[in-house]
Design a protein around this ligand. Structure first.
Ligand SMILES: Cc1cc2nc3c(=O)[nH]c(=O)nc-3n(C[C@H](O)[C@H](O)[C@H](O)COP(=O)(O)O)c2cc1C
Length: 289
């Protein structure tokens, strides 16, 4: 889909404002982009005439399907390019400004290769500091290839006696996502994908009260780290040992008795970027010898 670069900028701005505040009017776009009111008014008129947005009687703007597709593509590029450049040491401000220029012109192929390179060039330390809980997501789907990478990494985790007592439920249907989000009051996020990490107590070293919690937790952490490496966002939401939450998730997924849902992991393209950090506390380090 070829449209003018500035139209892509407007659509991207509309998407960003909508994700931030849930509604968009022309004045919000003026404030976001710093252009004059008349020029934004003309731009919105063109976007409307070309079928990328609609505007209701009160002036609220909604992206159409094709407008949303373009906005999403550019916004994803913007975030990943900014992150790639800041990873190289470019200041956050310069990185964001440069990303704005490059995001329109890179071919799909070059962008895909750059994304893969950026993921592979992250050191384990950066990966661990950068992994933060992300609780706001764009509507962009997580690709099947990325979902498989997450599970490959999860299943590379250590487990007691190498029993690997884990099961993963990959949920994408709107109906099931909604039901899972309601598992607890702390699990209601808008990710397009939830991976339920569950323990198979029949396979666990030590059975029902055995090592499955540790084993599945190691797998869950691997999954979170890979999500970060792929430029995705994720949030671990605890289910077990909450009796009601376990019951609810069990019901949604029709799980048999021996399978215990440990966590819901929300995964998607991030609409927020918490700062990387360690939480190093020297007084938690003990040297008894
Ligand atoms: C066992 C466990 C359960 C968690 N449950 C939830 C939850 O239900 N909802 C949520 O928003 N975050 C949940 N989190 C995420 C933590 O709140 C988060 O990891 C913590 O605040 C540190 O922030 P960070 O992940 O950005 O480093 C959980 C994390 C773990 C390890």
């Amino acid at each position: 889909m070829n449209i003018h670069e500035s139209a892509e900028d407007y659509l991207e701005a509309i998407l960003m404002i909508n994700e931030r505040s849930g509604r968009v009017r022309s004045i919000d776009v003026v404030e976001e982009l710093g252009y004059s009111k008349p020029s934004i008014s003309i731009a919105m008129k063109h976007l409307r005439e070309n079928g990328y947005i609609t505007m209701d009687n009160e002036g609220y703007i909604t992206l159409t399907g094709s407008g949303f597709e373009i906005a999403q593509r550019i916004y994803t590029r913007h975030r990943l390019l900014t992150r790639f450049l800041t990873g190289l040491g470019v200041s956050a401000e310069a990185a964001a400004a440069d990303a704005c220029k490059i995001e329109h012109d890179l071919s799909e192929e070059a962008f895909d290769k750059l994304t893969r390179y950026a993921a592979s060039s992250v050191t384990p330390e950066e990966n661990m500091y950068r992994r933060r809980s992300v609780r706001a997501f764009t509507a962009e789907a997580v690709s099947a290839a990325d979902a498989e990478s997450l599970l490959r990494c999860a299943m590379a985790a250590p487990s007691a006696c190498n029993r690997r007592p884990w099961e993963f439920y990959v949920v994408r249907s709107a109906e099931k996502l909604e039901a899972l989000r309601a598992a607890t009051r702390y699990t209601d996020y808008n990710a397009p994908l939830i991976v339920v990490v569950a323990g198979n107590t029949a396979r666990s070293a030590g059975g029902e009260t055995g090592f499955w919690v540790q084993d599945c937790s190691a797998a869950a952490e691997n999954l979170l780290l890979e999500a970060d490496a792929l430029g995705l966002g994720a949030c671990w939401c605890g289910i077990y040992p909450g009796v009601t939450a376990v019951k609810r998730v069990r019901r949604v997924l029709s799980l048999p008795e021996e399978i215990v849902p440990l966590a819901l992991i929300h995964v998607g393209h991030p609409a927020e970027s918490p700062e990387p950090r360690t939480q190093y506390e020297p007084d938690k380090v003990h040297t008894p010898d």
